[in-house]
Design a binder for this molecule. Structure first.
Ligand code: NA7
Length: 560
């Protein structure tokens, strides 16, 4: 199918509208355009593909999932041909991969770059979505799919005096393409999540002086990044079918070491040896050592104290080490950070750590950052202050469903969705890795592929069955939200003031947003819903002359 020819300024018509050309948007084109033959239009605010990896070009930006598994599995030739150079891929390499995929599958003709979607509205008579872009263009289609990413709406806290700062200001999530040279300059980094922790060692190598402002000390584990050997790549690729399948059935979309068992039932010497082994091997496997790390405070403390011990041995100045020891939340309840040389950076004579935990940043002055009456002078400020995660990038678009309801109003008390895929009151709209799905708790590419495959199957089914309108039922949505909340409530996850909880944004409701039951379990649930005729979705079938008939009452099987 092709878009109807339209007069200039008129609304263009397609089969599917997609917001975002990151890994989700790109795979949607491949699947919907090339397999289902649908006319797909993707709107992308950046001027290139890659989403997160297009914007987050800060020094040291690197994925915390190993490159051989942070890659698409949908095409055997692609996964065989692409060569990764390092164990953990750096941003330029991931972006080069995304660009390669776009070229290889000729995705760019389906994407409108440099075009942000500002509004999307559902027409209840026509059963179509119409989007409006920041260029004033309008396009409509029966389906709207959001592929906006979970960490795309970057945020700078509203510090007093920020506009008076005379130097340069950057946010890690909106880093200039041409890079920033900090050579010989005094730099302030505010924030010590993944972006801060990854960028601090690299900035320290350039800057004349670096001051790090830390509100919460985070747990960070060495990446032990290194070049990948030919043999490793060849052997992994030979086993890809098995390994990818295990990842799909796993908890986090990764093939990981099995847990030893419950912490307090494990021989302390065995536990200690395994903690050391995992620390020295590097990467995110540390918290998976016990079955109850995220369930029991006592178990959690065994792992947390192990990391604190490492901080004490890596950081020479005891006062700085004490500030860097993470104590404010259980390990694993905020995203575990994977670093290269983070703690050792604080042994450098030109690097200072300022805790703003008890004395917050007072204001930004023309010359620097003011804390407790002291002005820390700098020439540049790097805000590594994170994102309005999971809902921010959806809520900034005026998405209107039935009755003109705004999605951001519906979600005023926290996101509500069915499976993180559909929203009641927003027919024919699907979210890729939306809140209520495993998304950020998983290897994102595994979750993206699962969602896109599921949505594509569903659109095929809808077309074949002549169903013109589908919508999550309020009951299915209510039950799913309750299930997602119950799962989180049985763990330590909601106890941290994390971005998973919306706690990093003043005024944002505190709700644990992702589904924490694991990607394997979640995949089974989605397959079961599909197998049951898309239970939980209400279907309307076109009937000549009199609108539509309801084909499915949206009943959900009791076991969510
Ligand atoms: P994060 O993980 O949200 O980190 C943001 C950091 O900024 C964190 O240390 C915050 O402290 C700090 N922050 C935020 N607001 C302030 C104010 N007002 N004052 C001082 N410090 C502040 O974002 P990242 O970009 O590092 O990582 C996002 C995800 O990307 C990451 O989890 C990976 O999944 C990849 P806080 O901890 O809230 O006290």
């Amino acid at each position: 199918m092709t878009a109807e020819a339209t007069a200039p300024g008129a609304t263009r018509r397609y089969d599917v509208l997609v917001v975002g050309a990151g890994f989700a948007g790109m795979y949607l084109i491949r699947k919907l355009r090339d397999e289902l033959g649908l006319d797909v239009r993707v709107f992308e605010r950046g001027d290139g593909v890659g989403g997160t990896w297009f914007w987050n070009r800060y020094p040291g930006a690197r994925c915390d999932v190993e490159s051989l598994f942070y890659s698409y599995s949908f095409d055997a030739d692609l996964q065989r041909d692409w060569q990764w150079s390092e164990r953990y891929p750096a941003q330029p390499e991931i972006l080069a991969y995304a660009e390669h995929v776009a070229d290889r599958f000729d995705l760019r003709p389906s994407i409108e770059f440099g075009t942000a979607v500002t509004a999307a509205e559902f027409d209840e008579l026509e059963n179509t979505w119409t989007v409006t872009t920041d260029t004033g263009d309008r396009a409509s289609a029966p389906y709207l799919i959001t592929a906006v990413g979970c960490l795309s709406a970057w945020q700078i806290p509203s510090f007093e005096g920020i506009e008076s700062f005379a130097g340069e200001v950057h946010h890690t999530g909106d880093w200039p393409k041409e890079g920033v040279d900090f050579t010989g300059r005094r730099v302030a980094v505010i924030g010590t999540g993944s972006s801060g922790i990854q960028s601090i060692p690299v900035i320290a190598r350039q800057a004349a002086h670096l001051t790090v402002f830390q509100r919460t000390a985070h747990y960070s584990i060495p990446a032990r990044n290194r070049p990948l050997t030919e043999v490793e790549q060849r052997d992994t690729k030979a086993e890809y079918d098995v390994l990818r399948d295990l990842a799909r059935q796993s908890r986090a979309g990764l093939v990981t070491d099995a847990a030893l068992g419950a912490a307090l039932e494990t021989d302390p010497l065995v536990a200690r040896t395994e903690l050391e082994r995992r620390w020295w091997r590097g990467g995110a496997g540390l918290t998976g050592i016990f079955t109850d790390t995220i369930l029991s405070t006592e178990a959690n403390e065994v792992v947390a104290e192990f990391v604190r011990g490492k901080v004490r041995s890596l950081v020479r100045d005891p006062r700085t080490a004490a500030l860097l020891e993470p104590r404010d939340y259980p390990i694993g309840t905020k995203r575990l950070v994977i670093d290269s040389d983070y703690y050792a950076t604080f042994n450098l004579p030109h690097v200072d750590l300022v805790s703003v935990r008890d004395t917050p940043i007072e204001r930004i002055s023309p010359r620097g950052v003011v804390v407790d009456g002291h002005e820390y002078e700098c020439d540049a400020i790097v805000f590594a202050t994170g994102f309005d995660a999971m809902t921010g990038s959806l809520n900034r678009i005026a998405i209107r469903g039935t009755g003109g309801q705004l999605l951001r109003d519906k979600w005023a008390a926290g996101p509500q969705s069915y499976l993180g895929l559909g929203v009641s009151g927003f027919p024919n709209m699907f979210m890729v890795t939306g809140p209520g799905s495993p998304s950020v708790l998983s290897n994102m590419i595994v979750s993206i592929e699962q969602h896109v495959d599921w949505i594509a199957d569903y659109l095929g089914h809808l077309q074949r069955a002549g169903i013109v309108r589908t919508e999550a039922s309020p009951e299915a949505e209510r039950d799913w939200v309750e299930h997602v909340n119950d799962l989180a409530a049985g763990t330590l996850l909601p106890t941290a003031a994390s971005w998973y909880m919306g706690a990093n944004i003043p005024g944002k409701p505190r709700v644990y947003m992702p589904y924490c039951g694991g990607v394997g379990t979640y995949r089974d649930k989605c397959a079961q819903v599909a197998g049951d005729g898309y239970a939980g979705f209400v279907h309307h079938r076109a009937r000549r002359g009199s609108g539509s008939t309801v084909e499915n009452d949206g009943a959900v099987p009791a076991s969510a």
